[in-house]
Design a protein around this ligand. Structure first.
Ligand SMILES: Cc1cc2nc3c(=O)[nH]c(=O)nc-3n(C[C@H](O)[C@H](O)[C@H](O)COP(=O)(O)OP(=O)(O)OC[C@H]3O[C@@H](n4cnc5c(N)ncnc54)[C@H](O)[C@@H]3O)c2cc1C
Length: 417
């Protein structure tokens, strides 16, 4: 049964992350926004130690240290890994969304391994987050000619050669690509086709580890927001990786896209986490807006009929309603993920909604505070810039709306494109 209460075991994580967000992220948020590409090592090292203390592995389920065998008759507690992750993403993004993306504890690449990897692959790739040094991961789908159309249009190839795959192609806009491949002994998950004639059915994710010859970071982007996070281009030139680094089946069944659908489960895991991150920025904005207004004597009179409220009070209450209702969608999507229930609809729904409202809320906050909202004196203008990415990556708002519509109407991608 789904519960909207925070699981007791998540509370400890939430307390620790709140402390980190307040003391280690907020005070340096402006610094790293203004110094794009400077690496926030203090935050990274602290989070690395903290994640080790909390279980020794990735935040993503599957990377924890193996537990001691429990008595077989002891009932297992319900899984809460993705719920914990959603709360973590929300709180750390409340601290700073760009710094959150620098967390060395398993992000989108790890989510792909957790969602689609074998137990052996999870052991091999996810437990490294608990090693001596911080490690990063990334997920690389986008190519210069194809973002939304990526799965059908992918040009990066993976060709089997004995017990290896050889990859060629270029990926762009890879979040944390530099940290994963250059600044740590991490990995990136690259989407490539094993059979270009098979279209989507031939597309698979592959894990490429840092230091693999033929895999090179060639560019770092300069961005509007989330500027503490690196966004890299990665070129693959005869990049040879072990056969066992493919996530999912190496066979292509041309008449079905089952293998490809398995790979798409990655997004069912990662989209609710992007939504949670967006809502962290939105919550930071609503809280700060209320503080500033309260300091100026504007106190919201909850409980009064709407017709007796000022426009400002109505705007603020509407923001809170959007925020809370959107969080419920995230909770449902991650709870389904934990329960291993199909959550494709809920994952996209939570992402569409959160991507939308974070833009609306941050824009409205800048507007309501006028010059102060626009000024660098406050972080509100930064949050306005940080917000938009949530409506772009991991599927744009339009693409996730299409997925939601197809699911609800039971249309295929050909019937509703
Ligand atoms: C800061 C940043 C970080 C990123 N990180 C990553 C990452 O880690 N890994 C990764 O692989 N990618 C990443 N991306 C890329 C991102 O996922 C893509 O930009 C996104 O998927 C859109 O693809 P595109 O840029 O090719 O736009 P297009 O696909 O060309 O879309 C352009 C516009 O057309 C709309 N559109 C396209 N198709 C349709 C349709 N059928 N119906 C209606 N509207 C449509 C889109 O919604 C969009 O508004 C990142 C991008 C940014 C900016």
């Amino acid at each position: 049964m789904i519960s909207f209460e925070m699981p007791e075991k998540v509370q400890h994580t939430v307390n620790l992350m709140t402390m980190v967000a307040e003391n280690m992220m907020r005070p340096v948020a402006r610094h790293f926004d203004e110094r794009e590409h400077e690496i926030p090592w203090d935050y990274i090292n602290f989070m690395h130690d903290a994640s080790k203390q909390m279980g020794g592995g990735s935040f993503v389920p599957g990377g924890e240290k193996p537990r001691k065998e429990e008595a077989p008759d002891k009932p297992k507690p319900p899984p809460i890994g993705y719920q914990r992750l959603a709360y973590t993403a929300e709180i750390l993004s409340w601290g700073d969304a760009g710094l959150y993306l620098c967390t060395p504890a398993g992000m989108l690449g790890a989510a792909a391994v957790a969602a689609t990897g074998t137990p052996e692959q999870k052991q091999r790739f996810l437990t490294r987050f608990g090693g001596d040094k911080p490690v990063f991961d990334a997920m690389a789908l986008t190519e210069s000619h194809a973002g939304s159309a990526m799965p059908a249009e992918v040009r990066t190839t993976a060709v089997r050669d004995g017990e290896s795959w050889v990859l060629n192609g270029e990926k762009i806009f890879v979040t944390a690509g530099h940290k994963a491949l250059v600044d740590s002994e991490g990995f990136i998950v690259v989407w490539a086709t094993i059979d270009p004639s098979a279209g989507r059915a031939g597309v698979r994710p592959f894990v490429i580890e840092a230091g693999t010859p033929g895999c090179q970071v060639t560019k770092l982007e300069h961005k509007l927001g989330i500027r503490a996070s690196d966004t890299a281009s990665v070129v693959l030139q005869d990049c040879r990786i072990p056969f066992g680094n493919i996530l999912g089946s190496p066979e292509v069944e041309k008449k079905t896209t089952e293998g490809f659908k398995g790979a798409m489960a990655t997004f069912d895991a990662s989209r609710p986490l992007v939504a949670a991150s967006a809502l962290g920025v939105a919550r930071a904005t609503v809280e700060r807006l209320k503080e500033v207004l309260e300091a100026r004597g504007v106190v919201i009179r909850y409980g009064l009929p709407r017709s007796r409220l000022t426009n400002l009070e109505r705007e603020l209450i509407d923001m809170e309603v959007l925020l809370r209702s959107s969080w419920l969608l995230v909770l449902k999507a991650v709870w389904m993920m934990d329960e291993r229930k199909p959550n494709n609809l809920e994952a996209s729904m939570s992402k569409v909604r959160a991507g939308d409202i974070v833009v609306r809320i941050t824009q409205k906050a800048v507007e309501l505070l006028g010059p102060l909202g626009y000024s660098r004196e406050e972080l509100l203008e930064k949050w306005f810039r940080d917000a938009k990415i949530n409506d772009l990556y991991e599927g744009t708002g339009q693409i996730n709306r299409l997925i939601v519509a197809r699911r609800i109407l039971d249309y295929s991608r050909h019937e509703l494109a």
